[in-house]
Ligand binder design. Structure first.
Ligand code: SAH
Length: 261
């Protein structure tokens, strides 16, 4: 509920009006182009003033108003977060959750693996709106679907495993607002995509051997979110992507995820 302040709107201020206000507990006066807005501490005091001023200045247009304090609402509610009650989530506009529906299957990517979670977290550090995103090794499609729902304009998901692509297709159907272009293909044969963002949750060994192809799929000013490798592989992976630099790094147990630029 938005807090309101009791006030009176008064058009065309007569002589001696201001002097009469000293009889009441006025907190502030806003002088506008078409009159004054006079604020009071309490509704009772505002109403008392309305009666008194109407008696004193007959014919004067005095209108009680309850002025919403937008700043107060913003100040007191900015930290408000979505809450979940069973299957229902009640959220303020700045914290609307994104739900991705993924059918558990043999394919990788239900969101229960640390690397998928790390990628999902890294994705949310970026403003994806309007971007072209390529998800290499899309598996269930979870990252690609998420990128689309977070506002990416064009999302491509590729995987060399036909079963993965068919499960990704099924999951796309379960998330009707998502738009993803799914393709069966080996990343090593993929055509240049000029992506603003490439996501590759693969393995350390594959990231190292395919580093050049992955970079070729990405715009020169784009970013790469890489995961699926372990802490002990970090040096080799970063070396393979030299001279890109680490913009963000996160670790869950032995699993790593980096965002390179
Ligand atoms: N992106 C999902 C799944 C990652 S599992 C997630 O983050 O949860 C890795 C996926 O990469 C698998 O589906 C696998 O089939 C695919 N993959 C492995 N090697 C590949 C290659 N050379 N080209 C394309 N996809 C490949």
């Amino acid at each position: 509920m938005v807090r309101t302040w009791p006030a009176l709107d008064v058009r065309s201020i007569p002589d001696l009006f201001e002097a009469s206000l000293t009889d009441y507990d006025v907190t502030a006066i806003n002088e506008g182009e078409d009159g004054w807005r006079i604020f009071f501490h309490t509704t009772q005091e505002r109403d008392r003033a309305a009666v008194g001023l109407r008696a004193e200045f007959s014919g004067l247009a005095i209108e009680p108003v309850d002025v919403p304090d937008e700043d107060w609402a913003a100040r007191s509610q900015a930290s408000l977060r979505a809450i979940q009650i069973g299957r229902v989530i009640v959220a303020p506009p700045w914290d609307t959750p994104v739900t991705i529906v993924v059918q558990p299957s043999m394919g990788f990517g239900t969101g229960h693996h640390a690397t998928t979670r790390l990628c999902l977290a890294a994705l949310q550090q970026l403003d994806l709106r309007g971007l072209t995103v390529i998800d290499v090794g899309t598996g269930s499609g979870v990252l690609a679907i998420t990128a689309s729902l977070l506002g990416a304009a064009n999302v491509i998901g590729i995987d060399d495993d036909e079963d993965a692509i068919s499960s990704a297709r099924e999951n796309l159907g379960l998330n009707p607002r998502a738009r993803v272009n799914l393709q069966v293909g080996d990343l090593r044969q993929a055509a240049s995509a000029n992506a603003d963002l490439l996501m590759a949750n693969l393995t350390g060994a594959l990231l190292v051997t395919a580093a050049d192809q992955l970079r070729q799929l990405t715009d020169s000013r784009g970013r790469l979110i890489l995961s699926g490798f372990m802490a002990r592989e970090e040096r080799d992976v970063l070396h393979a992507f030299h001279p890109l630099t680490v913009e963000h790094r996160a670790q869950e147990e032995e699993w790593l995820c980096v965002t390179l630029r």
